[in-house]
Ligand binder design. Structure first.
Ligand SMILES: *Cc1c(COP(=O)(O)O)cnc(C)c1O
Length: 411
């Protein structure tokens, strides 16, 4: 048996919805994109929602709308995907990498404060891309981009306090966090990720995310001004979008800024509307799979992911285990080879940014600058978790894992 790391969950409804768009004569951003935005807005407590071509696009638009300027600094977790930091570079900004909590993998706010001070003092990063040497110049830290790793939300109230104390904006990389939710201690009502948790919250609908449009994303904000700027910049900096122009709006648009091309097509949005309607059902399916992993992987030489407390609703985008390497005679990479031989798909989230050539060479980040991420990432393995994984498939994953771990002579 072979179990892929991920398989999208697509029903006849999605196929029919996309086919209907193909037959309609209107392919790009139009009525279905507007409908997707309206439905998504409802799902995140009525905040403004802008459908775009990716989460990366959403984050780029967000930092642009918030006014990020060249050589201003932004706190970014080192435990993330490339996109979180590269959008800072798009604007000429300097990502200041922050270490993670050992258990959740989420950004450590105490380290964020340490890194912020070092950046303010000109101590970090050691190099800037526009200087060859070790110039020490105080940087102005203007924002923070937290990531909810795997869909387990950080304490967004704590992030907000940290941001307010240090005069920062907050852009959430919520690529994993739909539909994730939280509630304050003792309260019964859930608040969705994106409902007042940041200045802008950015979701991903990439092929293997919790809901998908193939490629796609959504930017969510409570601010009409920020939404207006992002909407304008998402379509060439025109003062009207294509739908407005061609459906009774004026032909006479105005270019008000050199914008980007980040709109979501109706073909994709039709897929999104159907996926959104099934988002909670799919989350519950993943939650059941997570529970089965917790039950059946007990007692093995590995750490299971942090369980959400009663104040968190976990999207379960990822199920990242950590190998107890001191109890094993093989390392993580050999372990992954064994999984592959056993027909089990996997991924690793992630090689931290500071261990990539670009961030090492251009900014001079050192493994010891981010010791927790450096230590922990060599233990990480993300297991398959997706609604269309059958019980037999998950049984196979558990079986192969047990075989490899129990069949591996202890050190
Ligand atoms: C997938 C992912 C992104 C990028 O999403 P796209 O929609 O592909 O741009 C950004 N951040 C994180 C943490 C991700 O996992």
């Amino acid at each position: 048996m072979k179990v892929p790391y991920f398989r999208p969950s697509l029903s006849e409804n999605e196929i029919e919805a996309v086919t209907a768009v193909l037959r309609s004569g209107w392919l790009t951003s139009g009525p279905r994109a507007a409908e997707f935005e309206a439905a998504f807005s409802l799902a995140v407590g009525g905040r403004h929602a802008l459908a775009v071509s990716s989460a990366t696009a959403a984050m780029h638009l967000a930092v642009e709308a918030l006014g990020l300027e060249p050589n201003q600094a932004v706190l970014v977790p080192t435990m993330t995907f490339a996109a979180t930091a590269e959008v800072v570079r798009y604007m000429g900004g300097i990502p200041i990498l922050v270490d993670c909590e050992p258990d959740t993998g989420n950004m450590d706010l105490q380290d964020a404060l340490r890194k912020l001070k070092l950046a303010n003092e000109g101590e970090l990063p050691r190099k800037w891309p526009d200087t060859a040497g070790n110039r020490r110049t105080a940087l102005k830290v203007v924002g923070i981009i937290p990531v909810h790793v795997g869909g387990l939300m950080m304490d967004t109230a704590a992030i907000r306090r940290f941001a307010d104390d240090n005069d920062l904006w907050v852009v959430e990389d919520a690529a994993h966090a739909f539909p994730s939710a939280w509630r304050a201690n003792g309260e019964s009502d859930w608040k969705q990720c994106g409902q007042d948790t940041a200045d802008v919250t950015c979701f991903s609908f990439y092929a293997n995310k919790t809901i998908t449009t193939g490629e796609g994303g959504m930017a969510v904000t409570a601010s009409p001004a920020i939404e207006e700027r992002m909407r304008c910049m998402a379509l060439h900096g025109l003062s009207r979008d294509a739908w407005g122009r061609y459906s009774g709006g004026s032909w006479d648009y105005r270019i008000v800024a050199p914008g980007y091309k980040y709109n979501l097509t109706d073909i994709q949005a039709a897929l999104g509307v159907e996926q959104l309607a099934r988002a909670e059902a799919m989350r519950l399916a993943r939650e059941r799979q997570a529970e089965r992993y917790y039950a059946e992987l007990k007692g093995l030489p590995l750490s299971l992911p942090t369980r959400p407390g009663p104040d968190r609703r976990h999207s379960w985008h990822l199920f990242p285990i950590k190998l107890n390497l001191e109890d094993l005679s093989i390392d993580r990479d050999e372990f992954l080879d064994r999984l592959r031989e056993g027909g089990v798909g996997f991924s690793v989230h992630w090689r931290p940014l500071h261990l990539h050539p670009y961030y090492q060479e251009v900014f001079g980040w050192d493994p010891d600058d981010l010791p927790i991420a450096t230590r922990e990432w060599v233990r990480l393995v993300s297991l398959p978790i997706f609604p269309s994984m059958s019980e037999a498939e998950q049984g196979h994953v558990v079986h192969v894992l047990r075989e490899v771990l129990l069949g591996t002579a202890p050190r």
